[in-house]
Design a protein around this ligand. Structure first.
Ligand SMILES: Cc1cc2nc3c(=O)[nH]c(=O)nc-3n(C[C@H](O)[C@H](O)[C@H](O)COP(=O)(O)OP(=O)(O)OC[C@H]3O[C@@H](n4cnc5c(N)ncnc54)[C@H](O)[C@@H]3O)c2cc1C
Length: 507
C-alpha cells in the first residue's frame, strides 16, 4: 500500500482547500487530488468567477487571519446604481437590497468589526484559491493537480481512491469535488431533491449595443438577465431545464437566449466564454457514509440565485475541519479500528439543516421569477414586503448570515451562533484569538473558577480572563468552538457545571 494519509480530499476548489488548511493546521496528514492541471480555469477568474462572501465566510477568513488576503481593500464596493443613500447588498429574485437599511440593533449579538461588511465586495474563486493553496502547502498538505478521481472503495480501516490506474489510500476521504461529484456517486450517497426549471448561462462576450442592457439584476417576461458590466452577463432561461449541458454552449445558442430573455435585438459580435448552470436543487441524504464524507457543492446543489453556494460550502469546511481532525487524533490513541464518531456526526446534524434552508431559499426565488402573470404578481408582493424596514432586515439577515444559528439546543439564543467579535480592554478582539483553530473560554467574571476548570483542557482550549470588553452584551462568560460557534454562555452568575459539560462535550 502506498503512503497512508489521514485524509484525502477530492477536489481542490475553495471548499476543499479551506478544509485542507483546517486539517493540516491540526497536524493531520492531507492529500488534495485536483482534476484541473492548472488553477485559474475561465469560470474561476474575473467577473465569471466573482462570488459574494457573506458574514459567516468573512468571519471564517477573519478568524484564521486571512480576511485581508482574500478580500484586499478595494476603492469602492460593487454598486449597481448611483442613487443617493443606496449601497447594493445583494438581491432576492432580482429585488435589490440596500446595505444602508441594515438596522444592526435587530441583531443583538453582532458587534461591528472587520468581518461585518455587508456592502457587496465580491472576490473571485481563483483569488480565494490563490490564498488557500499555498497556505495549505505551507502547513504541510500535499496538493496534486491533474488528478481526476475516478473511483472509491472502502473497508473498515481505510479508503482507496482511484485516479485512473493509480491508487491513493487514506483513513478518511472527503468529497469536495463539486456539484457533479464523482465521490458522491462512487461511494453510494443518495442525492435527493427537485429537477430544474431553468437553464442559466454565465457569459463573457462582446455585444453591439451595450446601452440597451442595464447594469444590475433585471427580471423579464421570460426569465432574468444580470448585467455585471458590458460584456459580462448572466441569463436565466425558463426552458424547463432541458438544455443538454454536456454539449458546448455556442454563440448561436446564447444569441437566441439573449434575444428571448432580454426582449432586445442586441447582437453578440464575439463570444469569449460561456458556461451553463441550472436550478436543480438536491442534497445528499447523509453527509457521511463509513469513512467517506461530503462537503460543499458535492453535498448540495441549487441555483446560484442569492449567492449562497460558496458560503454554504465554506461553512461546511470550517465546521468539519476541527471535528475530523479531533477524530483522527482520537483514533491514533485507540487500539484497533474502533473510532469514536460522536463528534464527527455532529457535522451532518449541524450542516444538513443549513443546506436544506438554502435549497428552500433558492426554490422560493425560482417561484417568484417564473415567467407569466402569476410570477409577476408574486414578485410585486415580495418587492413590497422587502421595501419595509422589517422585510429589508429579515432578508439582509438571512442573505448575509447575520441570523444564522446551528441547532445546539435552547439554552441561550447565542448558543449555536457566531461568537460576537468582542473588543477587549487591551484593544485586542475575539476573532483573531481563534487563529490557531483552538477552543476559547472567555471569562468576564472576577473569580478563578473558570480558569481552574480551563487548566484541564489547556491542550485544546485557550483561556482568556481578566479582560473587560466595551460591551459584554450582558454575558459573564462564553465558550467558543474552533469554528467560532458559541457552545456555552453564562449570564449573571457562573454556571460551572454547565461550562464543565460543554467542555466535555466539545473537547
Ligand atoms: C454563476 C454562478 C454564480 C455564483 N455566485 C455565488 C455567490 O455570489 N456566492 C456564493 O456563495 N456562491 C455562488 N455560486 C456558487 C459557488 O460558485 C459554488 O457553490 C462553489 O464554487 C462551490 O465550491 P466547491 O469547492 O464545493 O466546488 P467547486 O468550486 O465546483 O470546486 C470543485 C473542485 O473539484 C474539482 N473536481 C471536480 N471533479 C473532480 C474529480 N473527479 N477529481 C478531482 N477533482 C475534481 C474541480 O476541478 C474543482 O476545482 C455561484 C455559482 C454560479 C454558477
Amino acid at each position: 500500500m502506498s503512503n497512508l494519509y489521514d485524509v484525502i480530499i477530492a477536489g481542490g476548489g475553495p471548499v476543499g482547500l479551506f478544509l485542507a488548511c483546517e486539517l493540516a493546521m491540526a497536524d493531520v496528514s492531507v492529500l488534495v487530488l485536483e482534476r484541473e492541471p492548472e488553477p485559474n480555469s475561465p469560470s474561476k477568474v474575473g467577473l465569471s468567477g466573482m462570488r459574494a462572501l457573506n458574514t459567516a465566510s468573512m468571519d471564517a477568513f477573519y478568524r484564521r487571519g486571512l480576511l485581508d488576503k482574500v478580500t484586499p481593500p478595494i476603492k469602492r464596493p460593487l454598486n449597481f446604481q448611483e442613487k443617493p443613500g443606496f449601497q447594493f447588498a445583494g438581491q432576492f429574485a432580482g429585488i435589490w437590497l440596500n446595505a444602508n437599511r441594515l438596522d444592526l440593533k435587530r441583531f443583538k449579538y453582532r458587534i461591528p468589526g472587520p468581518s461585518l461588511d455587508i456592502s457587496l465586495n465580491p472576490v473571485s474563486i481563483a483569488g480565494i484559491e490563490a490564498v488557500l493553496a499555498p497556505r495549505a502547502e505551507s502547513l504541510g498538505a500535499t496538493i496534486l493537480r491533474g488528478k481526476n478521481v475516478t473511483g472509491v472503495s472502502q473497508d473498515e480501516d481505510a479508503v482507496t481512491v482511484e485516479v485512473g490506474d493509480e491508487e491513493f489510500h487514506a483513513k478518511w476521504l472527503v468529497g469536495c469535488d463539486g456539484g457533479r461529484s464523482t465521490v458522491r456517486k462512487a461511494a453510494g450517497f443518495e442525492f435527493v431533491g427537485t429537477e430544474p426549471t431553468f437553464t442559466g448561462y454565465a457569459v463573457q462576450a462582446d455585444i453591439d449595443q451595450p446601452d440597451k442592457l442595464k447594469i444590475g439584476f433585471h427580471p423579464t417576461e421570460d426569465g432574468m438577465y444580470v448585467m455585471m458590466r458590458a460584456g459580462n452577463f448572466h441569463l436565466l432561461d425558463f426552458d424547463g431545464g432541458f438544455f443538454d449541458r454536456t454539449q458546448n454552449v455556442t454563440a448561436a445558442h446564447i444569441q437566441d437566449v439573449l434575444g428571448r430573455v432580454t426582449g432586445t435585438d442586441v447582437k453578440i459580435t464575439k463570444l469569449h466564454h460561456a458556461s451553463s448552470f441550472t436550478d436543480r436543487c438536491k442534497q445528499a441524504a447523509r453527509y457521511r457514509n463509513g469513512r467517506v464524507l461530503l462537503a460543499g457543492d458535492a453535498a448540495h446543489i441549487h441555483s446560484p440565485l442569492g449567492g449562497q453556494g460558496l458560503n454554504l460550502g465554506l461553512g461546511d469546511a470550517v465546521n468539519l475541519g476541527w471535528k475530523l481532525a479531533a477524530t483522527v487524533r482520537d483514533s491514533r490513541t485507540r487500539y484497533g479500528p474502533v473510532v469514536d464518531l460522536s463528534l464527527l456526526d455532529t457535522y451532518e446534524q449541524e450542516r444538513r439543516p443549513f443546506a436544506a434552508w438554502v435549497l428552500e431559499w433558492t426554490r422560493t426565488q425560482v417561484t417568484v421569477l417564473k415567467p407569466g402573470p402569476h410570477g409577476a404578481a408574486l414578485r410585486q408582493l415580495m418587492s413590497d414586503l422587502v421595501d419595509t424596514d422589517d422585510g429589508h432586515n429579515l432578508f439582509l439577515g438571512r442573505i448575509w448570515g447575520l441570523s444564522q444559528r446551528h441547532d445546539l439546543g435552547d439554552a441561550h439564543p447565542l448558543v449555536g451562533a457566531s461568537a460576537p467579535d468582542f473588543e477587549f480592554s487591551d484593544g485586542s478582539r475575539l476573532g483573531p484569538k481563534l487563529e490557531g483553530a483552538r477552543g476559547l473560554l472567555v471569562d468576564f467574571s472576577d473569580g478563578a473558577a473558570l480558569e481552574k476548570l480551563a487548566e484541564g483542557y489547556k491542550a485544546r482550549v485557550d483561556y482568556v480572563g481578566g479582560v473587560g470588553a466595551r460591551d459584554q452584551l450582558g454575558l459573564s462568560a462564553l465558550l467558543v468552538r474552533p469554528d467560532g460557534i458559541v457552545a456555552w454562555v453564562a449570564e449573571g452568575s457562573l454556571d460551572i457545571e454547565g461550562a464543565k459539560a460543554a467542555l466535555m462535550r466539545w473537547f
